[in-house]
Design a protein. Structure first.
Length: 301
């Protein structure tokens, strides 16, 4: 009975040896695993589940590794003891060197700040000069526009014979040259107007100089340009406010010529309607639609 048990025990131990013979033997813990920058203890322990060893054996292996590392560190210190001592001696008086570095750094910061301040001051000065240049350029443009305005006003006054001395021979030549710019149809119209004016004179009516529509259109275009130039410069400009009376006289003279031309067109015979439409277009070009309506009413009455 005991022999059976013994034999049975021997057989069970033999079976156990056979079962564990194929199991992998745990390899030593690797130091490289602990040197990873993203080392995580929990993750590392979870990776050891395939090691066929007890928890106590794993703890003992960690202790052995810790002791091994401690001995290596001690040996390293003992081997380089003299170097450690010389390093401590070399670090003596390091406060003075650090202070020298700090003072040098402060001086560098101060110099850099001075340069930065100079650059900023220069930038502001350049910006101020650019603004001043823009302002002067704008004033110069306004001055040129004002001179152009004054020259055109004076020229238009001469053409309309408003104020000042009577026109000279040179001015008369200029006016005649403008009259020569008309087309052949305008010449025919002028001839018809002259015939009508002769009829008026024969009937005892007062003789009125004929108004050239072509020349009148030139005058209106120059007047419209003056009004637009005044709006572009600014009508509240002191110089333009001073020129306003002269501009009003020019407007009145042009409106008078338009009214006279409208009266003369009423005696143009077959071309009365055509001339009347041309004169109304000149009224509209001048922006005087209301004055055109009033002139037509007075003409009919």
């Amino acid at each position: 009975m005991n022999r059976f048990r013994f034999g049975d025990s021997d057989e069970s131990a033999s079976d156990l040896d056979d079962d564990t013979a194929g199991l992998p033997f745990p390899e030593p813990l690797s130091r490289a695993s602990f040197l990873a920058p993203d080392f995580d203890p929990a993750q590392y322990l979870s990776s050891l589940t395939n090691r066929h060893q007890s928890l106590e054996d794993l703890r003992q292996e960690f202790r052995d590794l810790d002791q091994l590392l401690s001995r290596e560190l001690l040996d390293l210190v003992n081997e380089n003891y003299q170097d450690f001592l010389s390093l401590g001696v070399a670090l003596q008086g390091g406060e003075e060197k650090v202070e020298q570095v700090r003072v040098g750094l402060l001086a560098f910061q101060r110099d850099a700040q001075m340069i930065r301040d100079k650059v900023e001051a220069r930038r502001q000065e350049v910006a101020r000069l650019i603004d001043e240049k823009r302002r002067l350029k704008g004033n110069a443009n306004i001055a040129r526009a004002l001179l152009d305005f004054a020259d055109r006003v004076e020229e238009l006054e001469k053409r309309l014979m408003i104020g000042g001395p009577p026109p000279t021979d040179e001015d008369s030549d200029v006016l005649e040259s403008e009259g020569d710019e008309t087309d052949d149809d305008d010449d025919d119209d002028d001839n018809n107007d002259k015939d009508n004016s002769n009829v008026q004179r024969s009937n005892g009516a007062s003789a009125t100089p004929l108004v050239s529509l072509k020349r009148l259109e030139h005058h209106i275009q120059k007047y419209v340009y003056l009004t637009r130039l005044s709006s572009r410069i600014g009508e509240e400009h002191p110089f333009l406010r001073g020129q306003q009376p002269r501009l009003s006289k020019i407007r009145s003279a042009v409106l008078l010529d338009l009214k006279t031309a409208l009266e003369q067109a009423s005696h143009a015979g077959e071309k009365r309607d055509t001339k009347t439409l041309v004169i109304l277009r000149l009224y509209k070009l001048m922006g005087e639609d209301t004055s055109a309506v009033a002139a037509l009413k007075n003409l009919k009455s």
